[in-house]
Design a protein around this ligand. Structure first.
Ligand code: F6R
Length: 610
């Protein structure tokens, strides 16, 4: 996730672009850059690190001009470096981009063969060269962008300027957000409404497959194929603070709703749907190594360790590899018996959690192979690893992790499918089903978000004064029960515990009485009958049962006080759907109680202490 911004008008644009980038910094902040046309040429300034580094560079050597584009980067292709920072330049063209170009390797090879000098590791520079090549054939910037985009597969929001067509920005979008701001004698574009809000409240939200030409006096929208579009102009009445959260009250709620997009981005370019497989180069483990691994250790903390527990189900079932889940702090507090036959997977949103980092380093010292599943490119854990599989959820700002949890689960599922295919434990037909299932997941998650929101809000109102809440689950629903409890306790400060449903009668059942809501995860899977028995046991002790169940499960309706339904899906995908109502429940309870949802007491987003 990156942030892009553009301005064309009569004012000096660099301060406006910087201001826009500051409002988009929540989208990524590992490097930033501007390209400004000064009346003769396009000048580019880029700097790694926070925006203030770019500002310092501009203070030393200002860029002046009334047409320009700016970018704040969240690395996905290529490490954090000035060469990889945007804008990227090819010939007369400067481009900024948010998204992921899936066929960039093939395009890069062809461009290099044709003599292009590619200076960065990014997929974005490829777009610049494709557009430049079309301009050299005599096409206008607009037509060159159109022609170049025909060759590109993947997600993009781009803004492009050209030296010989000054006072013009061409933008286009597919699967990444892009907003146009309509001003008086000036027009703007940005990844999100906050970037344009100080200058205008009139916006056009571009749709996928659309592009636009912006000049100081006009904005013309067409499809990428060239058909004119009569775009709807909306007037925004959000405050700037609301705008940063896309109108949501808190980042956490926004991030819960971003999960379908986070999954789309995390799997983009990694699913080989033609062959029902996972693209090998994307996983970072060679097929040879995949067959040699004797055991997997999944090492993580907190929410990431719950994703690891779901990952264990995938790795054992699909790849038949003995898999151990370890809390990083405990792993490093022992003397674990690991060695060269082991694969250690360090899972972390921040990539900086000290316990996970130290556990990863111990594993490496003992000769294990180290794979990082992290969200922040170039983070300490990524740097310490032999291979990285990035979740591409974008920056997560709410302290309680949500979108990174589901992105980690899908990364682990892809890893398991990849290993299962290489090791011959996963039949081709089943792998193909899973790959198709992954592709369907974002829409199913959207359906759950819209389908359960109202009921969960009602449940939150009803149970917000509970002193204790229990969460029960079996199989892959056990980690989801743990995650539901963690979410609730960390932001609402209600005491909540997750238990393996089968463990109830070995002690925790004593906690249940008429004042204790018990959330039972009982989706239609191989454990359904047993989950129903556990549900009955809790009910018989007077517990108030809230079931998270599959649509149309009449048995559950007969037993539970409240039932939140999720669509019936292949059981491997159930955790992605059942966790959503639990995240929403925690959020609504906390919001109703008036806690500081995004920054709960005593917690930090990145834990760099032991
Ligand atoms: C809970 C939460 C934490 C983190 C944990 C690990 O909502 O966010 O439990 O999951 O601190 O952090 P990362 O994933 O950055 O290593």
């Amino acid at each position: 996730m990156c942030g892009i911004v553009g301005y064309v008008g009569t004012k000096n644009c660099a301060p406006i672009l910087i201001d826009g980038l500051r409002r988009l910094e929540y989208r990524g902040y590992d490097s930033a850059g501007l390209a400004v046309y000064d009346g003769t040429r396009i000048n580019v300034t880029r700097a790694i690190g926070k925006l203030r580094n770019l500002e310092a560079a501009l203070a030393a050597a200002p860029l002046t001009g009334t047409t320009g584009i700016g970018h704040t980067r969240w690395a996905t292709h290529g490490r954090v470096s000035e060469a990889n920072a945007h804008p990227h330049v090819a010939g007369e063209i400067a481009v900024i981009h948010n998204g992921i170009i899936e066929n960039h390797l093939a395009l890069r090879a062809r461009l290099v063969k044709d003599g292009a000098k590619i200076l960065s590791d990014t997929d974005t520079e490829i777009i610049a060269h494709l557009i430049d090549a079309q301009c050299r054939k005599g096409l206008s910037l607009e037509d060159a962008v159109r022609a170049a985009l025909k060759e590109v597969e993947g997600a993009y929001a781009i803004a492009v300027i050209r030296k010989s067509e000054p006072q013009k920005i061409v933008v286009a979008k597919n699967a990444s957000p892009l907003v146009l701001g309509l001003g008086e004698g000036e027009n703007l574009c940005g990844s999100d409404i906050p970037a344009v809000l100080p200058y205008t409240r009139r916006v056009i939200i571009l749709e996928d497959g659309q592009m636009a030409v912006l000049t100081a006096d006009a904005v013309r929208v067409t499809t990428v194929d060239g058909t004119p579009v009569d775009a709807q102009v909306k007037t925004i009445d959000w405050s700037p603070a609301m705008a940063e959260k896309s109108g949501y009250k808190h980042f956490m709620l926004k991030e819960i709703h971003e999960q379908p997009r986070a999954i789309e981005d995390t799997v983009r370019g990694r699913l080989d749907r033609e062959n029902g497989d996972i693209v090998a180069e994307e996983i970072g483990l060679s097929p040879e190594l995949a067959t040699k691994i004797e055991r997997v250790y999944l090492v993580a903390c907190g929410t990431s360790s719950h994703a690891a527990m779901v990952g264990r189900y995938y790795l054992e079932r699909l790849a038949r590899i003995p898999t151990v889940v370890e809390l990083a702090s405990e792993f490093r507090s022992r003397d674990p018996v690991i060695g060269p036959g082991d694969l250690v997977v360090a899972i972390s949103q921040s990539g900086e959690t000290l316990d996970t980092l130290m556990a990863a380093k111990i594993a490496k010292e003992k000769g294990a192979k180290l794979l990082a599943i992290v969200n922040v490119m170039g983070s300490a854990i990524a740097r310490a690893s032999d291979a990285e599989l990035y979740t591409r959820a974008g920056p997560e700002i709410g302290v309680a992790s949500t979108k990174c949890f589901t992105a980690q689960m899908v990364a682990l599922l892809m890893l398991a499918v990849y290993l299962g295919r290489r090791r011959g434990t996963l039949p081709a037909a089943r792998a193909a089903e899973l790959v198709e299932g992954i592709a369907r997941l974002p829409q199913q998650m959207r359906d759950v978000l819209t389908g359960t929101r109202q009921l969960v809000l009602h449940l939150a109102r009803r149970y917000m004064d509970a002193r204790d809440v229990l969460f029960l689950g079996r199989g892959a629903s056990f980690p989801i029960a743990l995650e539901g409890a963690l979410k609730l306790k960390e932001i609402s400060y209600i005491h909540a515990e997750g238990y393996a449903a089968g463990e109830m009668k070995h002690g925790p059942i004593a906690l249940i009485d008429a004042n204790v809501p018990v959330v039972v995860l009982a989706p239609k899977d191989e454990h359904h009958d047993k989950s129903m028995s556990n549900l009955q046991e809790a009910k018989a002790r007077g517990g108030r049962i809230i079931a998270i169940a599959s649509e149309g499960d009449e048995d559950v309706h007969g037993l539970a006080e409240e039932v939140v339904e999720v669509p019936v899906v292949d059981p491997e995908f159930t955790p992605f759907l059942t966790v959503i109502p639990l995240q929403l429940f925690a959020y609504y309870v906390a919001d109703l109680k008036g806690t500081d949802v995004d920054q709960p007491r005593n917690l930090a987003k990145t834990v760099t202490v032991e």
